[in-house]
Write a protein that binds this ligand. Structure first.
Ligand code: MLT
Length: 395
């Protein structure tokens, strides 16, 4: 063909991290069909949707089967019933949002990637290691990226100290609780980031996908911090707490105060979504509304508790074996230091071959992730018990 391609794709790795893992595991199972693989790699939930959610979805399916209650296109930014439920959820954190500031969508991953379309030629600050979509989507857009090293020394929580912040505003990604390290920013640390962003005219993109796992009083939303409405967008999802990884429902909050270049970011995001996205299905939005109800919330906290029991089982084996790790407290991820002289991918291969356990190599989340490895607590109790027994032998 003679078309010109987006040259920026040359600088993106050949394959998405979790596709690469899936393909290595497929190769291994083809060669070892007898292996009983335990998958603690991608952070995919294993418990079913809760009763409040499924009964709301069933009722919605019944409505869709009747001419009088059938629905076609959903309102472009979400049904009012769900926007109101999201507002009530934020009210629990003492945060007041306007209905027009909330945009329902099909996933935090899509929104994290798509929101980059609103921005011009900015320098982007990305924690390293972190969820790979932040980096890949900005590389695809050809942006300059600077990394914020998240290391043992700073508790895996980089701060703005030492950043120039002169002349230009940055686009800053913050994920708390962090994927993959499980580190969580406390109030003072987030306040320092908000202060930095406001001082330098920067925008924070706050990924709160794992907020339901916070157990120690740290903020669940960036808007719990004074001044955050003037500098932050927040993206949240029902994937990890309500089990919506396959059902797909999330939202992005863009406060009315956010303006740049004389344009409202809230209006721009609305324009982008209305043009390129046709809304989340009615049945799913009814399920999401139910997940955010008092009963749904109770049930979802039950799911979170179940997964955190897995996290503590994995953590206790690592502790017993003297493996250095973090996470697993306010996060469903355990971030461990590879033993021996293994690189992350060597460790991946060894764990797969010797224990038939799949995890995620830290290097897949950034350069500073090299030498680390992530295990997810999203498995079943049975699979996690078996994994814990195998890990006891492995280490
Ligand atoms: C992960 O394993 O990091 C996430 O589950 C992947 C995702 O949320 O897309």
């Amino acid at each position: 063909m003679k078309i010109k391609i987006n040259e920026n794709y040359r600088s993106v790795g050949k394959s998405y991290l979790f596709s690469e893992i899936a393909s290595r595991v497929a190769k291994f199972t083809a060669a070892h069909p007898e292996a009983r693989i335990i998958r603690l790699g991608i952070g995919d939930v294993t418990l079913p949707l809760t009763p409040a959610v499924t009964s709301a979805m069933s009722a919605a399916v019944a409505e869709m089967a009747e001419k009088s209650t059938f629905r076609g296109y959903a309102p472009e930014f979400g049904y009012d019933f769900l926007l109101e439920a999201i507002k009530r959820r934020y009210a629990r954190f003492g945060v007041a949002l306007g209905t027009s500031e909330i945009f329902v969508s099909d996933g935090a991953k899509s929104d994290v990637g798509n929101i980059t379309e609103l921005f011009g030629d900015n320098t982007v600050l990305i924690p390293d290691p972190v969820y790979p979509v932040y980096l890949d989507s900005n590389l695809m857009a050809g942006r300059r990226v600077e990394f914020l090293p998240a290391t043992e020394e700073n508790g895996f929580l980089p701060m703005p100290d030492g950043l120039r912040g002169e002349g230009e505003g940055y686009i800053i990604y913050i994920c708390s609780p962090n994927n993959p390290t499980g580190a969580v920013y406390d109030r003072e640390m987030l306040a320092a980031w908000v202060d930095f962003a406001n001082r330098t005219g920067s925008l924070i993109i706050f990924d709160a996908a794992y907020e339901a796992y916070i157990s120690d009083g740290c903020p669940h939303s960036i808007y719990e911090i004074e001044g955050a409405r003037g500098c932050a967008v927040e993206i949240c999802s029902l994937s990890k707490d309500a089990g919506f990884t396959g059902t797909r429902c999330s939202w992005t909050v863009v406060p009315a105060e956010l303006t740049a270049g004389g344009m409202s970011l809230c209006e721009m995001w609305g324009r982008r979504q209305a043009t390129k996205f046709n809304g989340v299905p009615y049945v799913v939005q009814r399920g999401a509304e139910a997940a955010l109800s008092d009963r749904g919330r109770e049930e979802c906290l039950g799911l979170v508790k179940y997964y955190m029991e897995n996290a503590s089982k994995l953590a206790s084996v690592l502790r017993e074996r003297g493996v250095t790790f973090t996470g697993g407290v306010s996060s469903p991820y355990i971030w461990l230091k590879c033993t021996g002289t293994d690189s992350s991918w060597e460790f991946f291969d060894r764990l797969l071959t010797e224990a038939n356990i799949v995890g995620t190599p830290g290097a897949g989340f950034g350069k500073c992730g090299e030498g680390y490895f992530r295990l997810t607590a999203f498995g079943s109790h049975e699979a996690t018990d078996e994994a814990a027994a195998r890990l006891r032998t492995f280490f």
